[in-house]
Design a protein around this ligand. Structure first.
Ligand code: UDP
Length: 235
């Protein structure tokens, strides 16, 4: 596998071409941003932690029948992935109220929902990723109704699998964000699953072990990422 040129650089990751047009390399950086990119810093070792946690989670999901873009972890910061045509929709699953749902609706942080809430957002930095419904997505042709139904079904299944997994390592899975893409006519889970994209609360103490430590200057940021890696890889 020959690493080619960088095709894309985002806030937390870079994507490189390979000599196989169906495969890409995803590289995880230590850079962290929050609040629509207005808060910027680095978290020591974050890229390594996120690569390892995401590799572990994709592997687990694949074993449980969820198709993902993950092929293999290459080294500390890089994973080999299948090239996808990304759907410009972020799917957020919420088990417990936190973050934007509290700001938007005045919901009390920590409220446990009887059923998980699925939300859809337009992935567009210039528009600040606004909340959308299924009709916007279909009419704006971000994907077909069939693809959207498949993404929603996968997101609910992923939530069931991940909730049980994180519970087994003493973590309350509060919420998380997913991105999907098409490889031909197949819908695959893409992007990453990490403390950057999920909220993890310690089951016993309620301590936050995710990017909220960075967002809200709670301290012990890199320690929280390392703690999550230790728990995930101990499972
Ligand atoms: N999230 C993400 N990328 C985004 C927006 C949200 O990974 O662009 C994750 C976030 O880390 C949290 C969940 O999705 O685990 C729900 O985020 P929320 O809508 O509450 O937004 P926030 O309060 O983080 O701005």
């Amino acid at each position: 596998m020959i690493k080619g040129k960088m095709l894309y650089e985002g806030k937390a990751k870079q994507v490189f071409a390979t000599d196989d047009p169906t495969l890409l390399i995803q590289r995880f950086k230590d850079d962290a941003t929050a609040f629509d990119g207005t808060k910027k810093s680095t978290i020591a070792g974050k890229g390594v932690v996120n690569n390892r946690i995401a590799s572990h989670m994709f592997d687990l999901l694949e074993k449980r029948g969820v198709p993902t873009h993950f092929v293999e972890q290459l080294d500390d910061r890089e994973m080999l992935i299948r090239a996808l045509e990304m759907v410009k929709v972020e799917v957020i699953m919420r088990n417990v109220a936190a973050g934007s749902i509290c700001r938007r609706y005045g919901t009390e942080e920590g409220l446990v929902f009887d059923e998980p809430i699925l939300e859809l957002y337009f992935k567009s930095d210039p528009h600040h990723d606004p909340l959308m419904n299924t009709e916007h997505i279909i009419q704006f042709q971000l994907c077909t109704a069939e693809t959207l139904a498949e993404m929603s079904g996968m997101a609910r299944k992923i939530n069931t699998i991940m909730r049980e997994f994180f519970h087994s390592i003493g973590i309350n899975l509060v919420d998380f964000k997913l991105e999907f893409g098409l490889a031909g006519d197949r819908v695959l889970l893409g992007d990453e699953i990490s403390p950057d994209t999920c909220r993890f609360w310690d089951l016993k103490t309620g301590e936050k072990l995710d990017k909220d430590r960075f967002r809200f200057d709670l301290g012990k940021v890199d320690e929280a990422y390392q703690e999550m890696l230790a728990r995930v890889t101990s499972a």
